[in-house]
Design a protein around this ligand. Structure first.
Ligand code: ATP
Ligand code: MG
Ligand code: FE
Length: 343
């Protein structure tokens, strides 16, 4: 069965073809980062318009690379939510129009389920059950995953998401948007002893997070020095202090979640999962505490069409009726993962 995946929830347009027999056939992606950079964040209206411009050429490229004809597609999966309403509507209308034109069923996919299952696309995928840390631009959650559609929320952020903390702190250091990769690169040159920033909720008894105080700590350091006086080495030192603090908290909560559930497999998903310092610290903890940690391929950490095609294909393998010839544009900009039905 060949599933076409369409992702358009935020500022990446992603198209992919996944075959349940042969695996991922091809995928194509366009990131709008350069377009939004001058505004310091995603401008929803510009995002929607750009998805419209990019989707069809990306679809043609994906079909060509996979050597698949439109008629060979068995079902179309699109990101139904959560995300920006206008951006989601573009993907949904493209998926539904294609479905109607080709007489193929369509299936709305939860964006976070796409992220959660993305490590299963790697060459050495984890088996169920596992603990998943979802660390993206909009979410920071620990989940127990027993199978496709079987997710139990163990803890989550009470305020900012980890990716948001990276982006906001990077902005305070004048590093542009999105700041995650930039602050991570700069931290490599920083002195870990220069700034000891707070580790919010590190010792709380639960599996929740809070990152807004960390961002405020970065702001306070920058303000105290006077933004104009923060030299390059200082910036690197602050970046290092920030990265060390956030990584400490993320790793400690992952270890606590494994202990609480008694599981030995940890899966990392979402954009912050691309972070090299986080990966190094998790690998070290895994060796010490004897668990295994799994990551998505680097290119599938941030938003992409492959994870949507894959999540759609997984749901369809369990329940072929999950895709329907119902072509109403139906998006859910707000959609808690625990409202997702078991297949
Ligand atoms: P959501 O999936 O919650 O709706 P999103 O789709 O915007 O949010 P992703 O695409 O998964 O989130 O990830 C983007 C986030 O990942 C951004 O905040 C970005 O700064 C962060 N990020 C990407 N690469 C890195 C990195 N190497 N280090 C730290 N953060 C990173
Ligand atoms: Mg993005
Ligand atoms: Fe995402």
């Amino acid at each position: 069965m060949i599933v076409l995946g369409v992702e358009s929830s935020c500022d990446e347009t992603g198209l992919a073809l996944y075959d349940t027999g042969r695996g991922l056939l091809a995928h194509a992606l366009h990131s709008q980062v350069a377009m939004h950079e001058e505004y310091g964040g995603v401008v929803p209206e510009l995002a929607s318009r750009d998805h419209i411009r990019r989707a069809i050429p990306l679809l043609q490229e994906t079909l060509k690379r996979a050597d698949v004809a439109p008629a060979d597609i068995d079902a179309i999966a699109y990101t139904q939510g959560p995300g920006l309403a206008g951006a989601l509507l573009v993907g949904s209308s493209i998926a539904c129009s294609l479905g109607l034109a080709l007489d193929k069923p369509v299936l709305g996919v939860h964006h976070l389920e796409g992220h959660l299952l993305s490590p299963l696309l790697a060459s050495d995928p984890p088996e169920f059950p596992f603990v998943a840390l979802l660390v993206s631009g909009g979410h920071t959650q620990l989940m127990r995953v027993d199978g496709v559609g079987q997710y139990e929320l163990l803890g989550e952020t009470l305020d900012d998401a980890a990716g948001e903390a990276f982006d906001k702190s990077a902005k305070l250091l004048g590093l542009g948007y999105p700041g995650g990769p930039a602050i991570s690169r700069l931290a490599e040159f920083g002195d870990p002893a220069a700034y000891k920033l707070p580790r919010p909720m590190l010792h709380s008894k639960d599996l929740n997070f809070s990152f807004s105080g960390l961002k405020t700590a970065v702001l306070t350091v920058v303000k105290n020095q006077g933004a104009a006086n923060v030299c390059e080495q200082d910036k690197a030192n602050i970046a290092r202090g920030f990265v060390d603090a956030i990584v400490d908290v993320l790793v400690a909560k992952c270890v606590a979640a494994l202990k609480q559930t008694g599981l030995k497999r940890l899966v990392i998903a979402g954009g912050v999962g691309a972070n090299s310092q986080l990966r190094a610290a998790l690998n070290a903890a895994a060796e010490k505490k004897r668990f295994r940690v799994y990551y998505p391929e680097l290119e599938f950490c941030t938003d992409n069409g492959a994870m949507i095609a894959f999540a759609g294909a997984m749901r369809l393998s369990i329940n072929p009726q999950a895709a329907r010839r119902d072509y109403a544009f139906n998006v859910r900009p707000r959609w808690p993962l625990d409202e997702l039905k078991i297949v």
